[in-house]
Ligand binder design. Structure first.
Ligand code: AMP
Length: 425
């Protein structure tokens, strides 16, 4: 093995304890938050036919053109490690005809995604996202449901997000079509003010000029015509309803008329969650409507909306606040002597069966070593078993915070009840 083989590949992370506790908790809380609104888990493969992303994310996007891990398998097929979750979920819905059942189809997911980006804080080549998709309804109620679930979840995990909101209309000449013509005209007249790297976007994907990270372009685009001034009546009404309903739910937002998703199949609502403390990678998640996506994958017209949130960035933004105070009170069973060690295994197992997190010494440590280990594992309670205790069928329960201790029966039901009650306090 070369030295490099001992290192995780560039841009990937090993998620190790204690941080991995929080990471796992985020996935768990996501699932229960999404379930609260009826979103059911879906698992799609880690890789798809490359075409799914070429058509479903779109050629001309940074992700598809520059960042995909694409390979040819032994059978000569072009496959790609998934760079995002929406296109695979819509592909799965179409393949399994879920859209012919009750609508909307409400699905949620969490897992690893892959993009060959330049790694930096908050931007990796393997990263984790949780997300939801509601497929089959064009009602603004769904937009609001989706956005509220995202906001609430982020708050649950200790992130105070700012919600940026926009509508990018729909592709028709009466709406975005006319706007694009106006925009292109403006961009051509101001081409010299754009960063050279962005000039080609004027022809290939003008809307994405708003997405540029080049300071020069960002400055120039402040004067560009805005989509929100060119929405058709229907898209305007949809957007107004979304804003009004978010207001009734008390979900705060900031209108951001330069927020875009630059492909034809993205329609109407577009949003992003940003958070402080993340430096330049301040987006914790984003989402929007994709009413044309199903058709671009070869399916029937099928509206949809969803979001994806970056778990790595949530972890950076919540900086440990989430697990503070929510750690269950763990128990460490301390055994003094061989007989007690055997008994300790039984007591520990019984406590676990009663739903109490419990550990014991597995290294033959003495009393002092075991108490240290109890501390390391974050235990709140030590259940001490020595010859004295064994002789009378009792254990000593010590509160490791206050030092208060008392003898109680070792009968596991009673012990579990005692610790369980303590655990709830
Ligand atoms: P996107 O699919 O690009 O809209 O991404 C949704 C969210 O996933 C972003 O707001 C980030 O929080 C997260 N994300 C996207 N790409 C990366 C990456 N390369 N590394 C870490 N997080 C990412």
């Amino acid at each position: 093995m070369t030295t490099d083989a001992w290192r995780a590949p560039k841009g990937t992370n090993d998620i190790l304890p204690p941080g991995s506790r929080e990471w796992a908790l985020i996935l768990q809380l996501a699932q229960s938050c999404f379930a609260s609104a009826g979103y059911e888990p879906v698992e799609t493969p880690m890789f798809e036919h490359t075409e799914v992303f070429e058509r479903g994310v779109g050629e001309g996007t940074e992700v598809v053109d520059k960042q995909m891990y694409t390979f040819t398998d032994q059978g000569g097929r072009s496959l790609t490690l998934r760079p995002e979750g929406t296109a695979p979920v819509v592909r799965a819905v179409l393949e399994h005809n879920l859209h012919r059942g009750p609508l909307p189809v409400k699905l949620c997911y969490g897992g690893a995604f892959f993009r060959q980006e330049r790694p930096q804080k908050g931007r990796y080549r393997q990263f984790f996202q949780v997300g939801i998709e509601a497929i089959g309804s064009d009602s603004p109620l769904v937009d609001v449901e989706v956005i509220e679930v995202g906001t609430r979840f982020l708050q649950t995990v200790g992130v105070e997000p700012t919600l940026l909101l926009n509508s990018i209309g729909h592709v028709d000449p009466s709406c975005r079509g006319a706007y694009l013509a106006t925009l292109v005209e403006w961009l051509k007249a101001h081409e010299g003010e754009l960063a050279p790297a962005d000039r080609q976007r004027v022809n290939t994907n003008p809307l994405r000029t708003f997405d540029s990270k080049e300071n020069k372009t960002v400055g120039a685009m402040k004067a560009a015509p805005l989509i929100t001034e060119h929405l058709c009546d229907e898209c305007r009404a949809h957007f107004e309803t979304v804003q009004e309903l978010l207001g009734t739910l008390g979900v705060g937002f900031r209108l951001e008329p330069r927020l875009v998703r630059g492909l034809d199949y993205y329609t109407q609502t577009a949003f992003e969650f940003v958070a402080g403390g993340l430096g330049s990678q301040n987006a914790v998640g984003g989402g929007g409507r994709y009413d044309g996506l199903s058709e671009s994958l070869g399916g029937p017209p099928l509206p949809g909306i969803g979001f994806a949130l970056g778990v790595d960035r949530i972890l950076l933004a919540s900086s440990g606040q989430m697990t503070r105070g929510t750690q269950p009170h763990r128990v460490y069973v301390v055994a003094l002597g061989d007989r007690a060690a055997r008994e300790a295994l039984k007591v520990t197992t019984d406590l676990r069966i009663h739903g109490i997190q419990a550990q014991l010494d597995l290294m033959g440590r003495g009393m002092k070593g075991q108490m240290k280990d109890a501390d390391r594992t974050g235990a709140r309670w030590a259940v001490i078993l020595g010859d004295d205790e064994l002789a009378v069928g009792e254990v000593t329960v010590r509160d490791l915070e206050s030092g208060y201790q008392q003898r109680i029966t070792s009968e596991t039901h009673a012990l579990a009840k005692h610790l369980g009650m303590e655990q709830e306090r």
